[in-house]
Design a protein around this ligand. Structure first.
Ligand code: IDP
Ligand code: MG
Length: 155
C-alpha cells in the first residue's frame, strides 16, 4: 500500500500538538508504520529543502527546523500521499483552509507544524532519507477491513 513521510516540525513539539495531530491521521484510517525523534542537521535539511536553497528565508528555515527535535513518521494507506497533503493543507498557515491541520494549528509561512511529501516519487525519496528498510514495520492492522471496502484493499 502507498506510504508517505510526515515530519512533526519543532513548533508542533514545542507547542504540545503532536498527540492531537497524530490523532487526526489515525482517525482518518492511516496506518502508522514508522516513527522516530531526531534533530535535523544542516546536511539533511540541505537535501530535504534543496528546492528552497536560493530563497532568502532558507537560513531562517534551517535554523527553525534545527531549533528542537522533530518527529519523522511514515503513514500508509490507499492514496496516502494525496490524502495526507489534503489533511495537512496549503503551505502558509494563514492561508490554509480551516479544518486542515495547518489551517487549524498555524498562522505562519514557516512554522506550519507538519511536513508531508508532495508526490509519490518524493515520498519514496523522503522515506528512505530518514528510515532504513528495517525501521519500517509491516503488521496487520485489525480494523483495515472496516476502513476500506474489500475491493479497495490490496493487502
Ligand atoms: P510545503 O511544506 O507545503 O511542501 P514548500 O514550498 O515545499 O511547502 O516549503 C517547505 C517549507 O518551507 C514550508 O513548509 C515552510 O515551513 C517553509 N516556507 C515555505 N515558503 C516560505 C516562505 O515564504 N517564508 C518562510 N518559510 C517558508
Ligand atoms: Mg514541499
Amino acid at each position: 500500500m502507498e506510504q508517505t513521510l510526515i515530519i512533526f516540525k519543532p513548533d508542533s513539539l514545542n507547542r504540545g500538538l503532536v498527540g492531537e495531530i497524530l490523532h487526526r491521521f489515525e482517525r482518518k484510517g492511516l496506518k502508522l508504520v514508522a516513527m522516530k525523534m531526531i534533530y535535523l542537521d544542516d546536511d539533511i535539511l540541505g537535501s530535504h529543502y534543496f528546492h528552497l536553497k536560493d530563497k532568502a528565508f532558507f537560513p531562517v528555515l534551517k535554523r527553525f527546523m534545527s531549533s528542537a527535535p522533530s518527529l519523522v513518521a511514515v503513514l500508509e494507506g490507499v492514496n496516502a500521499v494525496e490524502v495526507v497533503r489534503f489533511l495537512v493543507g496549503s503551505t502558509k498557515g494563514y492561508e490554509a483552509d480551516a479544518g486542515t491541520i495547518r489551517g487549524d494549528y498555524s498562522i505562519s509561512s514557516q512554522c506550519n507544524v507538519v511536513h508531508a511529501s508532495d508526490s509519490k516519487v518524493n515520498a519514496n525519496i523522503e522515506i528512505y532519507r530518514f528510515f532504513k528498510e528495517d525501521e519500517i514495520f509491516s503488521y496487520d492492522k485489525i480494523d483495515l477491513d472496516f476502513i476500506y471496502s474489500e475491493d479497495e484493499i490490496e493487502k
